[in-house]
Design a protein around this ligand. Sequence first.
Ligand SMILES: [Zn+2]
Length: 251
Amino acid sequence: MTTITSIYVTVIGTIFGSFFNVVGYRIVNNESIIFPRSHCPYCGQNIRTLDLIPIFSYLFLKGRCRNCHCKISPLSPIIEGLTGLMFLCAFLKFTNFHELSTSLLLISFVTITIVTDLSTMLIPNKIIVSFFIIYSGYRIIFPMNPWWDPILGCSLIFLLLALIAFLSNGGIGGGDVKLFAVAGILIGTKLVFIGLILALFSGTVICTIASMLKLIQRKQPIPFAPFIAIGMIASLFWGDYLFGLYQKYIL
Ligand SMILES: [Zn+2]
């Protein structure tokens, strides 16, 4: 991929990131995704087109609304930057249409859930159901081999995590369980279970470090969607390689 194409893909990714912010924010606030125009959450003033440029507008306005000067959450530019980066990595890693479309669909879902989980500690059913339908349709058009693998992955991970949630008395949230199950439809049994292991691993490492640095309190509820996102994306990118290592050295 040339430098120009890389920049182009990253910019498109940041625009999608901006859209995922809007989708996540509006769904948790029960607003329509399409109307009205983007507006400041504090004063309600419509945001000018020039102030909607991903990342740059936030930096230029020093993280404040142009009208009321209230502070805008830094989550927006972070999500935009991350999405841009993930789009770039997906285009660099995957060259065939099927792998690339799978990765972009996964990035869309996990990014929106990060927005809602970080802002409200919830993953709304509207998002879960929408992506359940999108992924099921996608898997009917582009079946896996064997065709029933996504159904198996979705059911197995749902049953396992629902059991853990029940036994641990809410140790894992219902939204998280459903997020894993829906991702299972897209990436199949093997990758969703590798994703679960990587999500738990990244969650443990990052929370231990954050707790040692006193950034979080012990027993403080932590939104888990960002770790599920790390696990699922890492699994999609390197799951087959990790599974190869596992077969070679452990089995
Ligand atoms: Zn404002």
